[in-house]
Design a protein around this ligand. Structure first.
Ligand code: S3P
Length: 172
């Protein structure tokens, strides 16, 4: 399977850029968080509240694995997908991985209302973001075939870079 996976921190622009890349190359766009929400009938924040982070990670891993059954798509991944080693292996097996890099400051500015991001909600969200991004950056890098800096760029410019960097071909 030849998906293109967009990984990176919350607020990196993965969902928006995935939609733009998919339009550009005429492939389906898939958002892992949206699939989980559609399958469970719950928002991500509710799943964290009901099942805890590990419960959410189990759903995330199963959803990622299920993409092997889908046609080649542009896939926006949740920011924590790289945390489990099994997911990093699945990403490699099912396609190419693009890391959209962002700074904590720009990520927080783009996210705005942090209530939709349970790992950053509540007091200390900004500090948590800094620590999480620092801890994850090496994981994003380790799994990426291509790494693109998004700071100061709009989503359309980033989407153009994604397409150019992978020489993605048109629809199948
Ligand atoms: C998470 C990122 C979120 C979502 C969940 C956990 C993370 O997705 O999957 O809140 O651990 O970084 P986005 O990166 O699309 O915000």
């Amino acid at each position: 399977m030849n998906h293109v996976f967009l990984v990176g921190f919350m607020g990196a622009g993965k969902s928006t850029v995935a939609r733009l890349v998919a339009e550009k190359v005429g492939r389906p766009c898939v958002d892992v968080d949206e699939l989980i929400e559609a399958d469970t009938g719950h928002k991500v924040a509710e799943i964290f509240a009901l099942r805890g982070e590990q419960g959410f990670r189990d759903l995330e891993a199963a959803t990622l694995e299920s993409l092997g059954e889908r046609p080649a798509s542009i896939v926006a991944c949740g920011g924590g997908i790289v945390v489990r080693p099994e997911n990093r292996a699945t990403l490699h097996r099912l396609g190419k991985v693009v890391y959209l890099r962002v700074t904590t400051g720009e990520a927080l500015a783009r996210i705005g209302d942090m209530r939709s991001r349970p790992l950053l909600a509540g007091e200390g969200g900004a500090l948590a973001a800094t620590a999480l991004l620092q801890a994850r950056d090496a994981l994003y890098r380790s799994v990426a075939d291509v790494s693109i800096d998004t700071v100061g760029k709009n989503a359309r410019a980033v989407a153009d870079e994604v397409v150019a960097s992978l020489s993605i071909e048109g629809p199948f």
